[in-house]
Design a protein around this ligand. Sequence first.
Ligand code: ADP
Ligand code: MG
Length: 729
Amino acid sequence: MSDLRFKSVEEASSRKAVKVQIPEERVEKYYAKQVFNRQKMFEYLPKETFEVLVEAIDNKRPLPREVADSVAEGMKRWAIDCGARHYTHWFHPLTDGTAEKHDAFVEHDGKGGMVEKFSGKLLVQQEPDASSFPNGGIRNTFEARGYSAWDISSPAFIVDNTLCIPTIFISYTGESLDYKTPLLKALNSVDKAASRVARFFDPEVRHVNSYLGWEQEYFLVDEALYAARPDLVMTGRTLMGHDSAKNQQLEDHYFGAIPSRVEAFMLDLEIECHKLGIPAKTRHNEVAPNQFELAPIFEETNLANDHNLLLMSVMAEVARRHNFRVLLHEKPFAGINGSGKHNNWSLGTDKGVLLFAPGKTPRQNLQFVAFVANVMAAVHRHNALLKASIMNATNAHRLGANEAPPAIISMFLGSQLSSLLDEIENETSDENIELAGKEKMHLDVTQIPELLIDNTDRNRTSPFAFTGNRFEYRAVGSSANCASAMIALNACVADQLNMFADAVEARMEKGESMERAVFKEVKKLIKQSRAIQFDGNGYSDEWKEEAARRGLDTETSAPVMYDAYLRPESVEMFTRTGIFTRKEIEARNEVKWEMYSKKIQIESRVLGDLAINHILPAAIRYQNLLLDNVFKVSQLFKGESAETIAALDRAQIEDMARRMQAIKAGVDKMVQARHVANRMSDERSKAVAYHDNVAPLMENIRENIDALELMVDNEIWPLPKYRELLFIR
Ligand code: ADP
Ligand code: MG
């Protein structure tokens, strides 16, 4: 595509040594340049087509067939004007990545030549032969076809001269095989349920949108060093490596000055984001060395999630232009912070009211309290499910493992909101609850805005925190597709809001005022779900015990956590809201277990190979040097002095021998444990075996390798060390 013109500038201050390429134009000129947004639709589509398409998007309806050809034609003309040659349906299989199969626009012209064509049929629906995507058995029949269909709520965009059309991916029999389909269903369901409740307060509300603002944490590693670490290349994390003497203990990285080489990368990445319509806004150093964050301005959840997936692939490419590799793994390095992807989540009406933000009137504040109480109740009832939704083999290193918060979902509300909820809970004279100017209003909910406006009261250890006008779901992993968490959260909140609306309506039918009915139901929810609220230190050991006493889910094994999806209350919730059938849940769990086993299997193989082919040979070489030394000393010196001189080497030789034997024995044992696990045909049992019997053996092997790293001559050690990997110069 005709690209932006760049000028190469030496950044103003002399502190910066790196040249940064910045566009000559300001951002408003190139923002969304590669996106078929409304402005491009208006420009490239006939007026009637434009109107029909926009109407369908706004009303969350599928694209009417009769305008499909006309939309496809306009979209193709725009794409070709931008230099595109191919198109692809872009979808999100259950792999935590995206999938695309490119087709050129070319068709025979019937005269021996070619024309560039794109029909409505190809835009709207395709049948990728995708039998090798994970499907949990749904497509194990002879019927291997799947359908991908355009999601018109997310605009098409161009990456690398290919027109990408965001699509859902379902099986021939209609089951979802991706993340987008159930996400759209969950968003639809929360829209309906939340609108019901919001209409108690404002009958004009037509829709409620779910919003997502993700914060993407990542590590950067120099490309040359990355290439010398087979564990990073194959698994995304270091499977071995002794702590660097200096890492994050001086707390000098967080919000510190960004190294110029990194800043050049970030700027380049932001420009790419902006061209793709990703509203990147915030960037900063994170806690660990070489750890950074990028956050955009929040958007409607489905679009925000597409943008996050796109970002993850764009950042990998941009990093390579700067001789970096991006690590999105949740725990690339032991001993220092891991990476998450905080999901800032909120609901807002089409009238522009954010439902988790306190308002200006008592009525708005009752609405605010009602929505908060419903989220509390939903997170409480489904805390095990929510945890399962963010758990996988990689995030397991961040939650519930060493140096990490425990794998327990709790909610932080902050002192002001909690005391307000206390007041409601303890309010005995329900009779006095009236709003809108009537004198009897007991709780001065009008006070809320002032109280909450300056909500500096933050707790960084909470996995799910109220932050003033939204909730921040912090347990999500940095490499995850946010959809998994967003499906579970929006679904259980939708279900809860429906129950709440039913209860309120039932009271109103018996003659209670809306305000009183809402108040009473809110009070009930607060009472019921208090156990989920925890404002203390989530990292402490006492909390684990306390959480268990409160009946919260404290399971630490990822494969066992997935059982939460199949609990009756989860299956009922998902089927009631129309998001998953039982069959789909079962199939998706099969995929989760399979993925878990495969990831641990790969890690375990890589660790075994490195231990046997890299580490032991290096250790033997060094041990030989020591042996040689002991021998020579014994030849040159006699008696006690020979003993004294060789003592040190002897001790080290023995210490190394013990470590080497432990490594060899550990690898043998691990291979055996893998063989046992691999023979299991049931995916759940296999995953549990990998968790219980394979993964723990890796720890012991690593410990011995890391000890050897401290003994062996630096020149012989075959892998770049943490101190080299972690400090960009
Ligand atoms: P912090 O690190 O202090 O939590 P950041 O600025 O890094 O904050 O990120 C906050 C994210 O939350 C941004 O993506 C922002 O757009 C998003 N956000 C702000 N308000 C809302 C809201 N009402 N709903 C969803 N996301 C929001
Ligand atoms: Mg942040």
